[in-house]
Structure formats: C-alpha cells, structure tokens
Design a protein. Structure first.
Lengths: 315, 467
C-alpha cells in the first residue's frame, strides 16, 4: 500500500491542534494545582507564590506582570481571558481554528467533540468559573480526554494521526519539563530531613498538576521524596506524563512516518538520541549535575526537535 | 396561490405521509425537534460566515423540519428539463469560446457576450476536456401550479448549497427515522461519489494515471467554507488553499509532507478573478501564479472552467430556450420566467410603466440584493429605481411578480404556507448525473418571496419519491 501524501499545511495544523489541546488540558491541571495550594492555611507570603508559579509554568507570567490581581481575577485570566494566549479558552480557540482548517483530516466524531467544547466554553461566565472551578476544570479535562478517545477510536492510523500525536507528546513533555523547572527549587533537597506538612504539600502539588498522585502512590508506596518525584516525572517510562514516556511515543510516531515515507531525517536522529540518553541516566546523576541544568537542556532539545520536524515535513 | 401540500380536496398524494406525520407529532414536539436540529447543526459546524455585521460570525441557516416532496412523475419532467438545460449551456459555452455560431446566426446579440465582464478573452480557443465548461450546474426553479415549473436563473460557476441538501437529509433521517422507514424517499447521499466521478471524467490530457482531484477553497474565513470542507471530506480528496499549490513546468503541484505531488483536477470554489494573479487580478492573494497557462496547455483541469459565468448572466438567461433549440434541436422542457430586458426600448417602456407590478433585478446581481419587488415597494423606491434603470438600462431585467408555490413550514402558529424555490445540481462529465433532490429554500417570513439565506430565508429537506 502506498501512502497518500498529506498536505504540509494539514500536517502542521494537526500538529498544532494537538499541541493546543494538550496545552488546554495542562492549563486545567495547573489551575487545579494553584487552587489546591490556595486552600492551605495562610502563610506570611500568602498564596501569591503558588499562582506565580502557575503563571510561570504556563508561560504567561508576562501577561499578568504589574497587575494587582486578586485570586478571582487570576483564575478568570487563566481560564477565560482571550487576551491571555495561554488561557484555556485561547488554547481551545486555536485548537479549534486549526481543526477547522483541516476539517477533512479529522473524523466527524473527533471534530464534533472539539467543536462542542468550544461552543460550550464560549458560554461560561467569569462568576460561574470561580464559583464552580473544580467542575469547570474537570469538564475541560473530560473534553480533552474525549477528543483523544474519539480520535483514537475513529482516526485512520496514517501519517496524519502521527503528526497529531507528535504535537501532543511534544507539548506534554514541554509542559512537564516547565512545571518541574518552575518547581525545581521545591525539589532541591537542602537537607535529607523530610520537611513538615507544607513541604509535603508542595511536592505533592507537582504530582497533582500532572494527575500523577495516585500513580505515584502505586509505584513508590507513598514515599514522598524530591528525588523520587523528579524520577517519576523524568525517567519513569511507565508514567504517561514523564519525559521518558513522551520521548518513547515521539520515537514511535517518527519511526512509523519513516517507514511509511521511506525516509529518515534529522528529527529521527535527535529523538532516538534523546531516548538513549534518558535510558542511560539515573536521577542521582541528574541531581548531581543540577536538575535545573538538566531541565533547561531538555527543553532546548524539545524545541530543536520541533524545528527539525517542521523542516523535514515542509511545515 | 398553489400550495404543494394542500389541494382543494385535502392533501395532494405525494404529501399523504407528511400530513399523517404532522398530525401524529403535534406542534409542541416539532418545536422541540427544531431546537434539537439547531443544536445538531451547531455541533457539526454547518454554518455560513457573516462578517462585518457584528454578532455571531458563524451563523446557522434556519432549517425547517417539514420536507418538500416531489412525486416520481414530477421529478421525471424536472430531471429531463434540468439535463437538457445543462447540455445546452455547455454547448453554448464551447461555442462562444470557439466559432461563435450562435452569435453569427444572430440568435444572441454579440454585444451581450463580448462586452460581458464574465466573458474571458483568455479562454478563446481553449479546449476544455470533454468540451465541458460548467461541470456543476445549479438551476433555480420556481413553481406556480401543479404542472408549472419555471427556471428563475442558472448558476454555471460554483453553485453553493449542496452540502445543505446532504446535511438536511442526514438530520431528518437522524431525527425522524420513522419517516424514511417505508423506503419511498430516494436517497441523495451518492452525490459526493458522483461529483468525484465527474471530476475524474475531465482529467487533463497530461494525466497518465488515476487523476488526483482537489477542492480549492479561499480558506476558513469564506462564507461557504463548511461546504468546501464537507465536499472534500465526502469525496476523500484534499481541501487545498492556493498557498498549498504551485505551478512548475506547466503542471500544478501541491506541497506535501513528502515533497511536491501532482494535481490533475481542481474543483475551485474561488472566483475567476482570483484564480491566477499573472492573468487576472494581480493583487489576488488567493490565486496560483501560472495556473491559467497550465490549464491552457492541458496540464490541469479547472472545474468549472474560467469564463463559464458568461452563460449564467441574467441577460443571457433570456436566450437559454433559444440555445436549446439551436444546439439540441429540441423544444425546451422547462420554461423561462417571462423577462423584459431593459436594454430593449419597448421592454424598458413596459417595465417603467409597470414598476409596481414587476420584480426588477440587476443583471449581475446575486443573493437577493439590488432588487426591486414592485408590489412591496414604496413610490419613492420605485422612483429611485426608475432613475437607475434609465441611467444604465443594460444592467437591469424585469420579471412579473410570480405567485410562488408554498409548502407548509413551521411558524409560531404551527405549520403555515411559505413560499419556496428549488435548486437541483446537475453534474456534467462524460455523462450527466443528477441526484434525485436538491436544495429547497423557503422564505420564512409570512408572505415574503425572498428565499436568500442572507435575507431571512431557510432550507428544507427535499424528497423525490420512488416511482
């Protein structure tokens, strides 16, 4: 069977559609993390720190800089503000715009799921979001999951499917890395003594933001330590939001594209190299050489990979 | 006034099932179903875009739940008439771009063609594959009595609305499966396959294998974008924008993830003016540079052919019955609406003295804009129109105000008669293919004769019953 060629614009739109959807979902998780932190008993510096780290991880600290915002405004800004390119609404807007441009590359079921979510989100008011934040966030995550499910169940397993998957896993890896980077000071073990309730809450917040709390329990039996949390989110290939897992999935998709097209490119070399690097590392070495340095390097590799994919497939 | 459902002695036979159904479901249930249908249209994204007016840029065309029905016999006449007209229009297009026999014979005045903005000198002598210029002919038909069908206008370029024909049926079958259980309604869902076969029929001579067909759209901001994506999807072909295409060595290519791929047939949904900035509008960002040269050299087929619009001009329309006699040697099966050409002094005098009774249309207008509906106009409007006509008589035609047929449609007071028209789509390839159905547009405002979606019109599912 020869593979039908795909328009480069279509491939690029699918890639970005999946990225924006994944980002919308990641944003929902980040806001959830912020909300959870804000429920802790008051500390001298208030909860500003937590919301700031949410904004930093979402890459929209600039958008909020210099504004005196209460919690309500922060939440509305992260969920509903169309001026904020990282808000959930903006991400869904762009995902839907990309999807509409490649309407023919999506199945009806996948498209309708996304379109329905977009229509509904446009109707949600600021006060409703603040009042029913957990429900709203659950709803966003649910819609994103439904879209992935609908695509998984109905889309042809051809190159288009892989371009969407590449977008998804590159974005997911990026989000996990940025979240860890924002929180790395929390994870930096200054002493071997496990801190009080607040420290523990900080660490677990990272797991909450990646929906990995229960899974972590399962794997590490409730033994919270910064090393293990970092290990879980970087090197553990079973954790679906870890860097290693995302890289495995990226390689799977790239390899399938190479088989279908009969051609390998620079992006294939980069992706395989990353997987090999990660499997040789252990978390002790990462902490020894510096977690922040490791994360910075990984984010840069991820960006390079994106550029190489775009070049290889004429995006 | 002719109502297609209710005759003097109760419902006409084709509507018996509808009448029974309306009695069973009741008005409240229908209203609920109407809202359900609207939600479905929104979710699927069947919208048309309206920009610059504020409000929702993606709007729904109101969908009326009560179908419009043709009997097998009515359809037999209609389909013969539609096919005949589509053949004559294509013969005419080939003729005016070659020897111009019909002009030499004095049947149609030369000025009407050569001074027409839709006539493209670039097309003279170009051999369109299969001698087909208008591959999708949308013929707007109105009805005034049981046996009185008349053609209101022809659409030879890129008639839109066929996605509504398909989606309206889809929605009806989903919401009211019981209506279709008897199997008496002929299916319309083979249209995309027939369209694809038509496109493949006209592959250019340079094409050596299975032709690669694409739909060319101006992009997601275009008002008919949904239809473009829908048709590409249903046919299983790429939906391309002009930036996805380029011309090299007389052939057209699309940019793909595996490098350039040949394109053989382009079903374009952009206007002539925007096809090729080297030949037409240089400021066009929609076009593909060099496309016309590739087309003229037989490297690619453009559907419909550039310049096909010269056959659907309202002033040329008047001569279609003559075309049928001239090219086919047959009597026209479908009549034209009697039309006065304001360029003719006698006709003009008649129109000016009867402005209150007639409908005046711009020759190049569309979408129901720039019209004067005499019986509904004020004296001031008529005076203003008279001035416009006198200033540029050639730009106007006039027709009697027709008592368009009505079909029951949902209104706040329950099913009430509303005026309708009808657009079937003839596909012209190696043969002429016609789906049993088309788009019924309905003027939802009471008494209104304007069916255009931009002016309060809606759509209905259209049934053709099995014989």
């Amino acid at each position: 069977m020869t593979m039908m060629a795909t328009l480069s614009r279509t491939a690029s739109d699918l890639f970005w559609m999946a990225r924006y959807l994944e980002r919308a979902e990641a944003m929902a998780r980040l806001v959830e993390m912020g909300r959870r932190m804000a429920m802790l008993p008051n500390t001298p510096e208030g909860h500003r720190e937590e919301w700031l780290s949410v904004m930093a991880a979402a890459g929209c600290a600039k958008h909020f800089a210099g504004r005196d915002m209460d919690e309500r405004a922060v939440i509305a800004g992260l969920v509903l503000d169309r001026e904020n390119p990282s808000s959930i609404v903006s991400c869904l807007d762009r995902a839907r715009h990309n999807a509409r441009s490649v309407r023919t590359a999506l199945t009806t079921q996948a498209w309708e799921t996304l379109n329905e979510a977009w229509l509904k989100l446009g109707d949600i008011t600021e006060s409703a979001v603040v009042r029913e934040l957990p429900q709203t966030l659950d709803w966003v995550k649910g819609r994103c999951a439904q879209f992935r499910g609908a695509s998984d169940a109905t889309m042809l397993r051809d190159d288009r499917f892989d371009f969407a998957r590449l977008g998804l896993y590159i974005e997911r890896a990026d989000m996990t890395l940025r979240l860890l980077d924002v929180k790395y000071y929390v994870l930096l073990p200054e002493t071997d003594v496990i801190g009080g309730g607040r420290d523990r809450h900080q660490w677990t917040s990272v797991l909450v933001a990646t929906s990995a709390l229960r899974a972590y329990h399962w794997v590490y039996r409730g033994d919270y330590s910064p090393w293990r949390i970092a290990d879980f989110l970087t090197l553990n290939r079973a954790c679906p939001r870890s860097l290693a897992y995302c890289c495995d999935e990226i390689v799977t998709s790239l390899d399938r594209l190479a088989r279908g097209y009969g051609e390998r490119h620079a992006c294939h070399a980069t992706a395989s190299e990353t997987v090999a690097l990660l499997s040789d590392l252990d978390i002790g070495e990462i902490f020894h050489d510096g977690l922040h340095e490791f994360l910075t390097e990984a984010i840069a590799r991820n960006n390079r990979l994106t550029a190489e994919i775009a070049e290889a497939y004429h995006f | 006034m002719f109502d297609e459902m209710m005759g003097k002695d109760g419902a006409r036979p084709p509507y018996h099932a509808i009448e029974r159904w309306l009695k069973t479901v009741g008005a409240d249930a229908l209203e609920l179903k109407r809202l359900e249908a609207e939600t479905l249209f929104r979710r699927i994204g069947i919208t048309f875009a309206v920009y610059g007016e504020g409000g929702d840029p993606e709007r729904l065309i109101p969908f009326d739940l009560i179908p419009r029905v043709f009997s097998a016999e009515e359809w037999r006449t209609l389909s013969r008439g539609i096919t005949q007209r589509a053949r004559a229009l294509n013969a005419f297009l080939h003729d005016v771009y070659h020897r111009g026999e019909i002009l030499k014979a004095g049947v149609i005045p030369e000025n009407l063609i050569f001074r027409n903005a839709a006539f493209l000198p670039e097309m003279v002598g170009v051999e369109a594959p299969g001698k087909i210029y208008s591959h999708i002919v949308g013929i707007d038909i109105v009805r005034t009595g049981p046996d009185d069908f008349m053609v209101l206008e022809d659409n030879c370029r890129t008639p839109s609305g066929v996605s509504y024909m398909l989606e309206n049926r889809e929605i009806m079958m989903r919401m009211f499966p019981e209506l279709f259980a008897g199997g008496r309604v002929l299916p319309v869902d083979n249209y995309p396959d027939m369209l694809r076969a038509t496109l493949e029929d006209v592959a250019p001579k340079a094409c050596r294998q299975d032709p690669t067909c694409v739909v060319l759209t101006p992009g997601p901001l275009n008002s008919a974008y949904y239809e473009h994506s829908f048709l590409a999807d249903q046919m299983g072909v790429e939906l391309v924008e002009s930036r996805d295409l380029f011309v090299d060595e007389g052939l057209v290519w699309m940019r793909t993830t595996q490098g350039p791929r040949r394109v053989d047939v382009i079903y374009r949904r952009i206007d002539d003016d925007f096809l090729d900035p080297l030949v037409f509008r240089a400021d066009s960002v929609l076009g593909v540079a060099g496309l016309m040269n590739a087309y003229r050299a037989g490297g690619v087929t453009i559907v419909s052919a550039p310049g096909a619009g010269v056959a659907d001009d309202k002033a040329v329309y008047v001569y279609v019955p003559e075309m049928i006699r001239f090219y086919l040697g047959e009597a026209p099966i479908l009549k034209n609406v009697p039309t006065w050409r304001c360029s003719d002094p006698d006709d003009r005098a008649h129109v000016l003295s009867h402005l209150a009774d007639v409908v005046v249309k711009e020759v190049h207008g569309s979408g129901g804009y720039g019209m004067l509906i005499g019986p509904k106009s004020t004296a001031a409007e008529r005076a203003a129109f008279a001035k416009k006509i006198e200033a540029d008589p050639g730009a106007f035609i006039a027709q009697p105000t027709l008592e368009l047929s009505t079909v029951p449609s949902l209104s706040p007071l329950g099913p009430s008669p509303r005026h309708v028209d009808f657009r079937p789509y003839a596909l012209v390839g190696k043969e002429i293919r016609l789906t049993p159905g088309g788009l019924t547009r309905v003027a939802l405002r009471e008494g209104s004769l304007v069916v255009n979606s931009s002016q309060g019109g809606g759509v209905k599912d259209t049934w053709v019953l099995a014989g």
